[in-house]
Design a protein around this ligand. Structure first.
Ligand SMILES: [Zn+2]
Length: 298
């Protein structure tokens, strides 16, 4: 498809600040504890209310909060998990499943106080976070959440990954995985994002690993808190888990990862986002490309 010169001059999307979408936060603080997937150490987060427009940010031991946004996301560090790094080098890792839960519930403002190297992994998806946040209460806090409307097709290729955004009313996500020669093979899942859809169809989908990669991951200090309760493990012929939450659980988990990383844009999203063979690094690069081309800088 050839683009006309006018198309190339038009931004791929525009931010509507007068969106009519309310900003939301938690009614009260809620704490969650559990092992980190990579470190295996006990980690803890305390999610606290924040004022309208302050956004989602992570902090540790009362230090300066680091916004969970594309400016602080580090694509190079985002290998098997999403990492934000503050100006002083403070790192927050494995933030994506919590970020997806916050976005799915429409929570635009919250301060996450973290203890330990990473966000607790819990069941391997977003469900426990959604339950805890709902139990704490999700309340409007008086502002309007800006919404980014995708108006032109935008794409990014990174290694074998391809990401595309196309105009759409509402937020739709499609994720496709390819593990040729394994029991997973090619798999895809598409969903229109709202709290119920995300909770019912996706939030329980666990992270996954190919069995033969696990030893190498552990040697690199990753996946040490992983087990068959919080991760889907598969090989050429079979799943190692006794049962799956969904037959296409692997593709559904990619939806959690994609939503959690797109939430780094720090605004509501209107468009259809497609991801093929993508991972956190390419998700982060795509969010950063969209943010720069749509001039989301404050
Ligand atoms: Zn994940």
């Amino acid at each position: 498809m050839t683009q006309t010169s006018t198309d190339t001059l038009r931004p791929i999307g525009s931010l509507c600040r007068d969106s009519g979408v309310p900003t939301r936060t938690v009614a009260k603080a809620t704490a969650i504890e559990g092992a980190g997937i990579h470190s295996g150490m006990t980690c803890r987060v305390r999610i606290q209310p924040r004022n309208a427009g302050e956004g989602i940010a992570f902090t540790r031991a009362g230090r300066n909060p680091v916004p969970a946004t594309w400016q602080f996301a580090n694509a190079e560090a985002s290998d098997r998990r999403t990492v934000i790094i503050g100006a002083d080098g403070e790192r927050f890792e494995q933030i994506e499943h919590l970020m997806a839960a916050l976005y799915a519930l429409g929570i635009s403002d919250a301060l996450v106080e973290q203890e330990g190297p990473e966000v607790p992994f819990l069941g391997g998806g977003s469900r426990e976070y959604m339950d805890a946040l709902r139990q704490a209460g999700v309340v409007e806090n008086g502002g309007q959440f800006p919404v980014l409307h995708i108006e032109q097709t935008a794409s990014l290729e990174d290694g074998g990954a391809l990401l595309t955004a196309t105009p759409h009313d509402g937020l739709f996500l499609s994720a496709f995985v390819e593990f040729p020669g394994t029991v997973v093979g090619n798999m895809g899942f598409t969903i229109g994002i709202n709290p119920e859809n995300f909770y019912d169809q996706v939030s329980q989908a666990r992270t996954f690993a190919v069995a033969r990669d696990i030893e190498a991951l552990r040697a690199r200090g990753l996946a040490r808190g992983g087990n068959l309760q919080n991760a889907v493990v598969f090989d050429e012929t079979r799943y190692h888990n006794e049962s799956l939450h969904f037959p296409d659980e692997v593709a559904r988990h990619k939806i959690i990862d994609l939503l959690g990383d797109l939430a780094l844009l720090g605004c509501g999203l209107n468009g259809h986002f497609w991801a093929w063979r993508a991972g956190h690094r390419s998700h982060v690069l795509f969010a950063q490309k969209i943010a720069r081309e749509c001039r989301l800088d404050p």
